[in-house]
Design a binder for this molecule. Structure first.
Ligand SMILES: [Zn+2]
Length: 183
């Protein structure tokens, strides 16, 4: 296993819809190595999720997971998962607001609306992480989901001014999920 370089905003692969992993490649040595490397990189970088395009591989493959950490809504433990060619079957129409970070957009946090429930069996924090990672497979980053770019902050300023404001309102800073989390 080896740690891979995470590409940043501006790299064209981050904006390209990713290719399906061919059926015959699933379970093969090359994909297994990529999965192992994605997991190692995610853990090393303190991420909650990592999609293959974020390491420059334009493939519909992502890993996610975190051990339970601290208190608050972002403390929810997510078992380690590997998703190959995942598909969002359905999304609820309601929206939850929460701050997100991204390993490909280091030192930033943004307030992003997401469906509160999605089918791939996910709800709450897991639903948010899944949607964030699956966006990477379409060349979308969380900035594109933000209706109000005034709700974008550098990490240090987020910690100072945003984290302590009331959650659930676009105009206010949520103390929700993505605190300290990068995907
Ligand atoms: Zn991300």
């Amino acid at each position: 296993m080896s740690c891979l370089k995470v590409i940043r905003l501006g790299h064209p692969v981050l904006r390209r819809p990713a290719r399906q992993v061919p059926a015959e490649a699933i379970g093969g040595a090359a994909i297994q190595r990529l999965v192992d490397d994605l997991i190692e990189t995610m853990v090393e970088e303190d991420g909650i999720g990592l999609a293959a395009p974020q390491v420059g591989q334009s493939l519909r493959l992502l890993v996610l997971g975190q051990p339970a950490a601290g208190a608050g809504p972002d403390a929810e433990a997510i078992p380690l998962r590997v998703l190959v060619n995942p598909r969002l079957v359905a999304c609820s129409t309601d929206r939850e607001w929460a701050w997100e970070g991204c390993l490909s957009l280091p030192d930033l946090r943004g307030l992003v609306p997401r469906a509160s429930r999605v089918v791939v069996e996910a709800a709450g924090f897991l639903a948010r992480v899944l949607q964030h990672e699956m966006d990477h497979l379409e060349g979308i980053v969380y900035l594109d989901r933000m209706p109000d770019l005034r709700q974008l902050a550098f990490l240090d300023e987020y910690g100072r001014y945003c984290q302590t404001q009331a959650p659930d309102a676009p105009a206010a800073a949520a103390q929700d999920d993505a605190r300290g989390a990068q995907r």
